[in-house]
Design a protein around this ligand. Structure first.
Ligand SMILES: C[S@@+](CC[C@H](N)C(=O)[O-])C[C@H]1O[C@@H](n2cnc3c(N)ncnc32)[C@H](O)[C@@H]1O
Ligand code: SF4
Length: 401
């Protein structure tokens, strides 16, 4: 039978905590997306519903107030005061928030968890639901990093992906973000799109590189259950084509000065996303908002790790939010650590593993031996990391834990 976690997790050296805030609405739902995101609808003439391009002011005020109550509640569950290390506002489409909602949110956060000028604070924006005023409002509220979901520079591909913007709007949004003062921008791009050739994928990367962003996230499109693409599967490139796109893309990004530090994350020097690094290094974070997850370590009465989960449906979250709490079992602690840390190109040190999980290096040895024999992992006295093959086939590597 699996044991409950009772190992002495070392928290002293990194006692800060990150904050994730979820905004669950989008103009419309993309057919590939399994995030907790819901198309906004505006009631018109009696019962008919129409798609809207902005949030109802009463709804967003109530939602932000809920978020702030949620944050107060989370802080009351911490067993000691902890410094805020980063904020990430994701979605959904946070750039749908109005200027007054953005100010309401940041005023509230600052009252309980003061932001310092160097606290990394990222907001996700969809080029089809953001403009320079929205970017200015975020920037003056203290947001210093923007993540722009461009996905592709082909209008045909964007249409197929159900995006609410074309490539011209994506470029315009990038320029607007720079004009609003953002010096740290991530661009999200996807590859392995329906019918995509290697030339088309490399052309997309060229266009993204030419924007000269500080960070690029390059995701292979995956078909997720409970999406429109799952029930109506588009024709994707085959394994060989995907492999060619992947290999050429990595080369192209490296030549352009982007350093890969995680499976899909590429940075210019000094521009890693510290919020995401905290997830991959198995750090603690508070999650607020509909469907938000959190991870919080504690010491008393015995050391352990809690996973938290909030009510998923926005209307239920607004009406009566629930906070589900799960105590991680010992074996899950090891698996979750590996699922995160092995995404990093640098991998992890054995002392980090022991501090974060309470397991000894000896406990890890059988997994290390099995996966090394398959060419998926390499290790020495100091550290462990996935090989290039292991990074490409991480799911196979994790099956060996
Ligand atoms: C929450 S979304 C980003 C923000 C914003 N909602 C948008 O789409 O512009 C995070 C990113 O995950 C990536 N993504 C979402 N679903 C994906 C899928 N099924 N396969 C690969 N990447 C995906 C997209 O690049 C997307 O920009
Ligand atoms: S805009 Fe982003 S979060 Fe919203 S449905 Fe599309 S991919 Fe998902």
């Amino acid at each position: 039978m699996a044991k409950l976690a009772t190992k002495p997790y070392a928290l002293g050296s990194n006692d800060s905590i990150a904050l994730y805030i979820h905004i669950p609405w989008c103009i419309r739902k993309c057919p590939y997306c399994d995030f907790n995101s819901h198309a906004i609808r505006q009631p018109v003439a009696s019962t008919i519903q129409a798609v809207s391009t902005s949030l109802d002011p009463e709804l967003e005020t109530a939602y932000v107030q809920r978020l702030l109550n949620d944050l107060d509640n989370e802080i009351s569950h911490l067993e000691r005061p902890r410094k805020l290390s980063s904020i990430f506002i994701g979605g959904g489409t946070p750039s749908l928030l109005s200027e007054s909602a953005i100010n309401q949110l940041f005023t509230g956060i600052n009252k309980v968890l003061p932001l310092e000028t160097d606290t990394e604070c990222t907001v996700e924006a969809n080029p089809g639901s953001s403009d320079i005023n929205c970017f200015r409002a975020f920037h003056s509220a203290g947001v210093n990093r923007l993540s722009l979901g461009i996905q592709s520079f082909s209008d045909a591909a964007l249409k197929q992906l159900g995006r609410v913007h074309n490539q011209a709007a994506a470029r315009k949004a990038f320029t607007a973000a720079r004009s609003a003062g953002f010096e740290n921008i991530n661009v999200d791009l996807m590859h392995g799109l329906p019918g995509q050739t290697i030339d088309a994928a490399m052309h997309d990367l060229d266009q993204a590189i030419a924007l000269n962003s500080e960070h690029l996230s390059w995701y292979q499109l995956t078909i997720e259950p409970n999406t429109l693409f799952y029930s109506n599967r588009p024709d994707l490139p085959d394994e060989d084509e995907l492999w060619d796109i992947y290999r050429s893309g990595l080369e192209q990004l490296e030549q352009a000065g982007f350093q890969r530090y995680e499976i899909s994350a590429f940075k210019k020097p000094g521009r890693a996303c510290s919020h995401n690094l905290n997830y991959w290094r198995f750090g603690d974070y508070v999650g607020i908002g509909a469907g938000a997850h959190g991870k919080i370590s504690f010491q008393n009465p015995v050391p352990g790790i809690h996973r938290t989960l909030k009510t998923r449906q926005p209307s239920d979250y607004l009406a009566s939010p629930k906070r589900l709490v799960n105590l991680l079992l010992e074996n899950d602690v090891m698996l979750e650590f590996l699922m995160n840390a092995l995404r990093l190109v640098e991998g992890f040190s054995l002392s980090t593993f022991t501090n974060a999980t309470g397991f000894s290096a000896t406990d890890l040895q059988p997994f290390l031996n099995r996966s090394k024999a398959r060419g998926l992992l390499e290790f020495d006295q100091q550290g462990v990391k996935a090989t290039p093959l292991g990074l490409r086939y991480l799911d196979d590597l994790l099956l060996m834990v």
